[in-house]
Design a protein around this ligand. Structure first.
Ligand SMILES: *Cc1c(COP(=O)(O)O)cnc(C)c1O
Ligand code: SF4
Length: 423
């Protein structure tokens, strides 16, 4: 097709693929029948719906789809699936427990997460909000966050009533999917609250549909106008995006980020650390350098949350720590991401290295988060297939599970503390 058609965001939306049949039709003989069968079985088992833009499909190397880092993130296959760790649960971050109104998470004293909607331009297999995002699937019934005025008003009223809330993360779902008018309305409503000092718009859009920033001028103007309006009032509006691999950065993403840079929009990046995708030093370092080159500041790299159904994508904490050692020092400190674990059960983000205890054999790490709750501890589990044989043997025996956690808590010196999630 011609370039202008491909760069039209309406074309990208209209031709996004949501079923194995559509994918098969599009790929034709680019992919083998065995691979396509594997994908169809993967779709049926996945906790997330699938939605793939033509752009994202064009970034996949179809001569080697099994190894491709973009395929791994977005296209499920059944054959690589591993059994879930027994400690996994939906909503592993406990967001629903920290919500004063539906779709507003208030966990830290001065910041809130405003979940404005529940759809995204593409769906990531590893989504930490697979409990709510992207519509129900064969395996999960989802509550969902609709962009309804009544729900938004409740969220805004809550923020207005809490003068300590300075920082709002507008997320979802993905603000890319909000019509320009709604995005403008929501940002202006937030900026009208004087104690709101910073608003971040979270969107994976720049990584999966960057042509929208170049082509949907209404949407881009809504964002840039809010940035300008906020700046005049001393409030920061910025964009937080989600690139995971260097292959996601094309000339189109560069042009889109150049446009935002010229219009004064600060863009930061939050990556998820994913096995086989960005967990080796060369790839992660290249990502950091390429982001820096397009004026996107690498902010966080997240330890993969304990999400069900994607066990083959998680790394062990030991592997993540080793990766961080390689990345730090390769470029400017302010462009070096902080590696964090979102402590399961609602502890919030913790520096990966700040565990109270870590046992590489059982794969259990224990964190505290005193600013969220000084009396609790939080437990993260490495994926079982990354453990040494001695650790895997213990996890094979259900009677050992609680004992291993108890040992770790004792070794951490935290036996007087409460578990954030019951074992
Ligand atoms: C991640 C997150 C924030 C923002 O945290 P930062 O560390 O400031 O980026 C706010 N609220 C919730 C519930 C979060 O998960
Ligand atoms: S873009 Fe974000 S919210 Fe949407 S599916 Fe991906 S990780 Fe989940």
């Amino acid at each position: 097709m011609d370039e202008a058609t491909f760069l039209d965001p309406k074309f990208q939306n209209k031709h996004s693929v949501t079923s194995p049949e559509a994918l098969q039709q599009l790929l034709g003989d680019l992919a083998s029948p065995e691979f396509l069968e594997d994908v169809a079985a993967g779709f049926a088992q996945a906790p997330m719906n699938v939605r793939l833009s033509p752009y994202i499909l064009s970034r996949i190397d179809w001569t080697n789809p099994y190894e491709d880092p973009i395929r791994r993130q977005f296209v499920p296959v059944a054959s690589t699936r591993l059994p879930d760790h027994p400690g996994l649960r939906f909503d592993s971050l406990g967001e629903q427990d920290d919500s004063p109104t539906n779709g507003l998470v208030h966990r830290y004293p001065d910041k809130v997460l405003f979940l404005a909607l529940d759809v995204c331009p593409v769906y990531c297999r590893f989504c930490t909000r697979s409990y709510a995002i992207g519509g129900s699937t064969d395996t999960v019934d989802k509550e969902g966050y609709k962009p309804k005025p009544e729900r938004w008003h409740k969220g805004l009223a809550y923020i207005a009533s809490r003068p300590e809330v300075e920082d709002v993360v507008l997320s979802g779902g993905d603000a890319f999917m909000l019509p320009a008018r709604k995005l403008r309305e929501l940002l202006m409503s937030l900026l009208a609250i004087p104690h709101v000092r910073r608003v971040r718009v979270a969107s994976k859009g720049p990584a999966v549909m960057p042509m929208k920033i170049l082509g949907d001028t209404d949407w881009t103007d809504a964002l840039c106008d809010a940035v300008d309006h906020g700046r005049k009032q001393g409030q920061e509006v910025c964009l937080h995006t989600h690139f995971n691999t260097p292959e996601e950065i094309s000339y189109i993403s560069r042009d889109a980020m150049d446009l935002l840079f010229q219009r004064g929009v600060k863009v930061r990046n939050q990556s998820v650390l994913i096995r086989g995708v960005n967990d080796d030093p060369a790839r992660m370092t290249t990502l950091v350098k390429r982001l820096s080159a397009i004026n996107v500041q690498p902010y966080y790299v997240y330890q993969h949350d304990m999400v069900k159904g994607v066990e083959e994508l998680r790394t062990s904490l030991a592997d993540s720590i080793e990766l961080e050692r390689w990345v730090r020092g390769t470029t400017a400190g302010f462009n070096t991401p902080t590696f964090v674990t979102d402590a399961p059960g609602g502890g919030g983000k913790r520096d990966l290295h700040s565990f109270d205890y870590y046992d590489e054999t059982t794969g259990i790490s224990i964190y505290r988060s005193p600013s969220v709750d000084p009396d609790q501890y939080y437990v993260y589990f490495d994926p079982l297939d990354r453990l040494p044989a001695a650790g895997r043997r213990r996890w094979a025996d259900p009677d050992e599970h609680a004992r291993m956690v108890k040992e770790a808590v004792l070794a951490a010196g935290l036996s007087g503390f409460e578990p954030a999630t019951p074992m």
